[in-house]
Design a protein around this ligand. Structure first.
Ligand SMILES: NC(=O)c1ccc[n+]([C@@H]2O[C@H](COP(=O)([O-])OP(=O)(O)OC[C@H]3O[C@@H](n4cnc5c(N)ncnc54)[C@H](OP(=O)(O)O)[C@@H]3O)[C@@H](O)[C@H]2O)c1
Length: 226
């Protein structure tokens, strides 16, 4: 088998575009999501995954293990975002953000270690400017992404012996279905296009294997960072 990649949240938005890009770049891709994707390709495996469920993550890796024991690239991308003032944010909503955006990566990374290739595997996480800067009406999202960044910083040091690359991407707003799911009325004009995001992602993936991007922040030139 050629180079293997794992992509979480492959059914929509960035994860779907990333999966297509990687297939075109010669990777065999294992995509995980709850709803699955219409993407059909001999090098794409559409695997059911609910990142909030320990059993589901385990079953996901059992499926991947049937095909490969090594992963060249891991794209930690699955995530949710809803907008609400603090007073309108329910406990259930806050917990859902932590379950998907913080505990989800914890469950994922707990099973990743056996698949790492020393000196080679590249782990790319799609965080957000909201992992570093606070925004109004997204306290649950902010907390979950700050938490994920802290988790990744710890694992990066814990896994030093593996000499794998950790790249954390912190994009600003991108015009994807995420904003439709939120019912957002925000103008899309000051958002990056998915193609803008993909040009940065492609640059990162194709950079020499001696380079990692600990924190790459990027946004629309008229967008806001805080
Ligand atoms: N769009 C933006 O403005 C923006 C900006 C910065 C960072 N980001 C980050 O980029 C990532 C992708 O967002 P997007 O804009 O592409 O959103 P999207 O179109 O809504 O896609 C989100 C993906 O995450 C998956 N997902 C959600 N909950 C999941 C779960 N419990 N288990 C497995 N998969 C799950 C969804 O699949 P299913 O629903 O099928 O499970 C879907 O494939 C997220 O982490 C987001 O925080 C987005």
């Amino acid at each position: 088998m050629e180079k293997c990649a794992l992509v979480t949240g492959s059914s929509s938005g960035l994860g779907l575009e990333i999966s297509k890009f990687l297939i075109d770049s010669g990777y065999t891709v294992f995509g995980g999501s709850r709803s699955g994707t219409e993407l059909e390709h001999e090098n794409f495996y559409d695997v059911e995954l609910d990142i909030t469920s320990e059993d589901s993550v385990e079953e996901f890796f059992e499926t991947v293990r049937e095909f490969t024991t090594k992963l060249d690239l891991i794209v930690n991308n699955a995530g949710i975002c809803e907008m609400n003032s603090l007073s309108d944010t329910s406990l259930e909503q806050f917990e859902a953000h932590l379950a998907t955006n913080t505990i989800g990566p914890f469950l994922l990374f707990k099973r990743l270690e056996p698949f790492l290739i020393k000196n080679e595997t590249h782990i790319v996480s799609i965080l957000s400017t909201a992992a570093k800067f606070g925004y109004p009406n997204v306290s649950a999202y902010n907390a979950s992404k700050f938490g994920q960044l802290g988790f990744l910083e710890s694992i990066k040091k814990e896994w030093k012996e593996h000499k794998v690359r950790f790249t954390n991407l912190l994009p600003g707003a991108i015009d994807t279905p995420l904003w439709d799911k939120m019912g957002s009325k925000f103008s899309r004009e000051k958002m990056l296009k998915t193609s803008d995001f993909m040009s940065v992602f492609g640059f990162v993936i194709n950079a020499p294997s001696t380079i990692q991007f600990p924190e790459l922040t990027f946004l629309h030139k008229d967008g806001f960072i805080e």
